[in-house]
Design a protein around this ligand. Structure first.
Ligand code: ADP
Length: 450
C-alpha cells in the first residue's frame, strides 16, 4: 500500500511546488494542501479497510477449508473488488463441495457393490500390497488380527503361484487365472483371476470365486457315474458269462444248465431292480414325482409293506411284529410311506441273521407320527452312520450285493421322507441291532384338533 501512495503523492507535491513558484495565492496553496492531506487520509483509511476485508476473507476461506463455520465478511465499506473476489471463492467452494459429494456418493456405491458381491475382491497398489478388499474376501480368508489391508499376498494366502500372478499383473500388466485349494478347518477351492488395474492406474485386482461346492458336485457326479457303471457291469458280466457258457455246450448238460439259467434270471432281476431304483431316485431328485399328500393310515401302510417281506422273513425264521395303532394317520403320500416302510423292513430282514426279530411300531410323539423299525441284526458301526443314506454307500459291499442290495434303498427313503417334510434317523450298535426312526407330520384333521 505504501508503494501506491508514492506515485500519487509525488506528482501532487510537484504540482504544489509549481503553484508556489508561479506565485499562486497562499489561500489556493492552503486549499490544495488540505485537499491533498484529505486524499492521503482517504487512501490510508482505505488501505486499512482493504487489509481488514482481505484478512476476514482469508479467515472465512480457511474456516471453510477446515470445515469450521464461516465467519461472514463485514458488509461495512466493502470494496467491490473484495466482494467480487469473495464471490469467486464462494462459487469455487460450492463447486468443490458438489464434486466432493459426488465422489463420496460414488465411493459409497462402489463399496456397496463390492460388499454385495459373492466373489471376494482385493485391489493392490503397484508394489502388490493390498489396499482395498470386500466383505466376501474377509469371509473367505478369515484373516487374523492383522486384517487384510496393508498385507502382501503371500501373508494372506500361502500360494506362490498367486503371489507371482500379482507380481506379473503389477509389473508386466499380465492377467492370469489360477485355482488354489486352502487347507484348514474349512477347506476351500478358489478360482482366482488376477488382472492389472489399467494403463493409468498402477496396481492389480484379484477376484476370488469359491468353487468348493462346484468341485464337490462334480466329484459326486463322477462317483455316481462310476458307481452306476460298476453296479450295472456286475450283473451284465454274470449274465453274459453264463449265457456264453450255455452257448458253448452247457445248454445240453442237465447237471449245470438249470443252475446257470437260474443265475441268469436272478442277475437279470437284480439288474432290473437297480434300474428301477435309479429311475426312482432320479425322478425324486429332479422333483418329477408329484406326491399326493393326504391322510395315510400307518397301520395299513405297515401291514402292506410287511406282506411283501413276510416270505423273506419266514425263509430266515425271523419273527416279524407290527405294533401300530389303527387310528395313527400321517400327512403324506400313501405310496411313498409304503415304499419307505418296505425299504426299512426289507433292510431289517436282510441284515438280521436267521432266528432274529424285526419290530415295526408306530406312536405319536410331540405332535409328530413316529415309526420305528427295530431289528436284532448285524448293526452298523458309528463311523458309517452318517453316510449310509448316501447313494451306493454300503457298510459291507460284498454282503449287501450277496443279499441283493442296490445301495440305493436308504437314499430313496431319505428323499421320500424329506419330500413329505419328515425326517429319518438311525441308532445302531454293531452285533446288537439297528433302529431306523421315521418322523412324519400328523394328518391334517388331527393336526387341526391338536
Ligand atoms: P442296500 O441295498 O445295500 O441295502 P441301502 O441304501 O438300503 O442299500 O443301505 C445302505 C447300507 O446301510 C447297507 O449296505 C447296509 O450296510 C447298511 N444298512 C441298512 N440297513 C441296515 C440294517 N437294518 N442293519 C444293518 N445295516 C444296515
Amino acid at each position: 500500500m505504501r508503494n501506491l501512495l508514492l506515485p500519487f503523492l509525488l506528482p501532487a507535491f510537484a504540482a504544489l511546488v509549481l503553484l508556489a513558484l508561479m506565485g499562486a495565492p497562499a489561500a489556493v496553496i492552503t486549499a490544495a494542501l488540505v485537499t491533498l492531506g484529505g486524499l492521503v487520509l482517504v487512501i490510508i483509511g482505505n488501505r486499512d479497510s482493504v487489509q481488514r476485508q482481505l484478512q476476514a476473507l482469508a479467515r472465512k476461506t480457511r474456516g471453510r477449508v477446515e470445515g469450521l463455520p464461516a465467519a461472514p465478511v463485514s458488509e461495512e465499506d466493502r470494496l467491490d473488488e473484495v466482494a467480487s473476489l469473495e464471490g469467486a471463492i464462494d462459487s469455487l467452494h460450492a463447486r468443490l463441495e458438489a464434486r466432493n459429494a459426488q465422489l463420496t456418493q460414488e465411493a459409497r456405491t462402489l463399496t456397496a457393490v463390492l460388499d454385495g458381491m459373492i466373489e471376494g475382491i482385493w485391489i493392490t497398489d503397484a508394489e502388490g500390497t493390498v489396499v482395498r478388499h470386500n466383505d466376501a474376501l474377509r469371509e473367505m480368508l478369515q484373516p487374523g488380527n492383522g486384517g487384510i489391508a496393508g498385507q502382501r499376498p503371500l501373508a494372506l494366502i500361502r500360494n506362490e503361484e498367486l503371489n507371482e500372478a500379482v507380481r506379473r499383473a503389477c509389473r508386466e500388466g499380465a492377467s492370469s487365472r489360477l485355482e488354489l485349494t486352502q487347507e484348514g478347518l474349512f477347506p476351500r477351492t478358489l478360482a482366482v483371476r488376477v488382472t492389472p488395474l489399467g494403463k493409468d492406474l498402477p496396481g492389480s485386482a484379484a477376484v476370488f470365486h469359491d468353487i468348493t461346492e462346484l468341485r464337490r458336485l462334480e466329484k459326486v457326479r463322477k462317483d455316481f457315474v462310476a458307481n452306476v457303471s460298476h453296479e450295472l457291469r456286475t450283473p451284465i458280466t454274470a449274465i453274459r458269462g453264463y449265457a456264453e457258457t450255455l452257448q458253448g455246450g452247457a445248454l445240453t448238460d442237465p447237471a449245470v444248465a438249470p443252475k446257470m439259467v437260474e443265475i441268469i434270471h436272478r442277475q437279470s432281476e437284480r439288474l432290473s431292480e437297480l434300474v428301477e431304483d435309479l429311475l426312482e431316485l432320479s425322478r425324486l431328485e429332479s422333483r418329477e414325482v408329484k406326491l399326493k399328500i393326504a391322510s395315510v393310515s400307518l397301520a395299513l401302510a405297515a401291514s402292506r409293506a410287511a406282506e411283501t417281506v413276510k416270505p423273506k422273513a419266514a425263509g430266515k425264521d425271523i419273527h416279524l411284529e407290527l405294533q401300530v395303532p389303527p387310528d395313527l394317520a400321517a400327512q403324506g403320500d400313501e405310496r411313498a410311506v409304503e415304499q419307505v416302510l418296505l425299504n426299512l423292513l426289507d433292510n431289517a430282514v436282510k441284515y438280521t441273521p436267521a432266528g432274529g426279530r424285526v419290530e415295526l411300531s408306530g406312536t405319536r410323539e410331540d405332535g409328530r407320527c413316529v415309526v420305528r423299525v427295530k431289528d436284532t441284526g448285524v448293526g452298523i458301526e458309528p463311523r458309517h452312520l452318517s453316510r449310509i443314506f448316501e447313494r451306493f454307500y454300503r457298510v459291507d459291499k460284498g454282503r449287501s450285493r450277496d443279499m441283493g442290495g442296490t445301495g440305493l434303498g436308504l437314499s430313496i427313503v431319505k428323499h421320500l421322507v424329506g419330500a413329505m417334510e419328515g425326517e429319518v434317523r438311525v441308532e445302531s450298535q454293531p452285533n446288537v441291532g439297528s433302529t431306523f426312526v421315521i418322523f412324519l407330520p400328523v394328518a391334517s384333521p388331527e393336526a387341526a384338533s391338536r
